[in-house]
Design a protein around this ligand. Structure first.
Ligand SMILES: *[C@@H]1O[C@H](CO)[C@@H](O)[C@H](O)[C@H]1NC(C)=O
Ligand SMILES: *[C@@H]1O[C@H](CO)[C@@H](O)[C@H](O)[C@H]1NC(C)=O
Ligand SMILES: *[C@@H]1O[C@H](CO)[C@@H](O)[C@H](O)[C@H]1NC(C)=O
Ligand SMILES: *[C@@H]1O[C@H](CO)[C@@H](O)[C@H](O)[C@H]1NC(C)=O
Ligand SMILES: [Cu+2]
Length: 353
């Protein structure tokens, strides 16, 4: 009886987090993150509606200092921008984005009544034809499709990769639920991502424009295939895993970058890519493959890390260990990497279906 009253009191004050942490985490109670194509139309719509709902929630970051932050979705974008040069192409890519995704999922659930997990984009199903996928075909139950064709779009060239064919879009997303989804920050000069430099002064400036995409299967059909996923799962250690997922130095490409550049447009922007709703589904897949890989040999892989806390692991930068503290700005208190290593421990209780 006492317990009931106590539980009711918690419910009444909305402290749902306290309740969930008392619920044992097992395969039955865990949040299930599922492949987009396996969701029903009703489930897909529920996810889309939850993302739009988050867009209508107030921001935490003050608009006086962050003019581009207009809503709760933008809190996530600005936080990602702020930490970009500390969480990519290094030892923090996997743990930092795992928590970022978890915080987003928790917001969808707590602020917008969403009851599922963040779905994932299984790259390998659609690597050769993004536009034909249930995720990106532009239908009302997709996450919208390609951007319209910008004829003068340049080919994508880098010194190490050479030139890949240009994308098939480049302009505004034309149809589907996110056709009118404005983005507010960026774009960033891609050269900024090569080094650990201060953010430009206009990093959080308000620059409203349409959501753009530029589908390019030259990326996905090379770095996001069935073979890619198989190789990731077969990686013998974290060094090999990261070499396939996100190799350094800058000019190399992996599954993480291939997914970003394969969608292109705003998703191709290392700093402000969380503005495209596909971002979270891409990172759900990144996290899924990491989780499956970890669970295959927990003793050796649970706490496996490699790399530093600075983009591209420059010589002398601090090595990431389980004791490294990572920050999430206004989204959450700082965490030790140790707390971000197991999908069914500490704050987490999710599985990939
Ligand atoms: C890029 O993709 C297009 C369409 O599939 C193809 O015709 C072209 O050869 C590809 N180019 C490169 C450089 O991969
Ligand atoms: C990036 O740097 C390269 C080499 O310095 C330069 O040629 C290119 O114009 C730069 N790109 C942008 C967008 O500033
Ligand atoms: C990552 O692994 C490589 C290869 O084993 C090793 O040489 C390097 O020192 C490691 N780096 C860090 C920062 O742990
Ligand atoms: C950006 O990072 C700095 C340094 O960790 C931190 O003090 C600041 O609060 C962060 N700002 C945002 C918007 O996350
Ligand atoms: Cu990122």
């Amino acid at each position: 009886m006492l317990f009931c009253l106590w539980a009711l009191g918690l419910l009444a004050t909305g402290v749902t987090a306290a309740l969930t942490s008392d619920t044992p985490c097992n395969a039955r109670t865990a949040t299930r993150r599922r492949e987009w194509g396996s969701l029903s139309a009703v489930e897909r719509t529920a996810y889309v509606n939850a993302v739009w709902c988050l867009r209508r929630q107030p921001a935490t970051l003050p608009q006086a200092d962050f003019p581009g932050v207009r809503d709760r979705m933008d809190d996530f974008v600005a936080t990602h921008i702020n930490y970009t040069t500390r969480i990519h192409n290094n030892g923090l890519l996997l743990p930092w984005h795992r928590h970022f995704l978890f915080l987003f999922e928790t917001d969808l659930q707590q602020k917008c009544g969403y009851t599922g997990g963040v779905p994932y984009w299984d790259w390998s199903l659609y690597a050769d034809d993004l536009s034909a996928s249930p995720l990106l075909d532009g239908s009302s139950t997709s996450l919208s499709g390609n951007g319209d064709l910008v004829p003068q779009e340049a080919v994508f060239c880098t010194p190490n990769l050479g030139c890949l064919g240009r994308g098939t879009g480049g302009g505004c997303v034309q149809s589907g639920p996110f056709k009118d989804f404005e983005v507010h920050m960026g774009p960033f000069n891609p050269n900024l991502s090569l080094a650990y430099t201060p953010l430009p002064n206009d990093a959080f400036a308000y620059k409203p424009r349409c959501l753009s995409r530029n589908f390019n299967t030259n990326f996905t059909s090379r770095w996001n295939t069935k073979h890619t996923v198989k190789s990731l799962l077969a990686a013998k250690n974290i060094v090999e895993f990261l070499r396939i997922m996100e190799p350094t130095p800058p000019d190399s490409m992996g599954a993480h970058g291939g997914g970003h550049q394969g969608i292109g447009g705003d998703m191709g922007d290392l700093f402000s890519s969380p503005q495209d709703p596909i971002f979270m589904l891409h990172h759900s897949m990144v996290d899924r493959v990491w989780t499956l890989w970890q669970n295959e040999d927990p003793v050796h892989r649970q706490d496996a890390l490699n790399g530093t806390t600075i983009i591209n692991n420059p010589p002398g930068s601090p090595t990431v260990t389980v004791d490294t503290v990572v920050e999430f700005g206004v989204l959450d208190r700082p965490r030790r990497v140790k707390q971000l290593m197991q999908s069914m421990d500490d704050d987490y209780c999710y599985v990939y279906a």
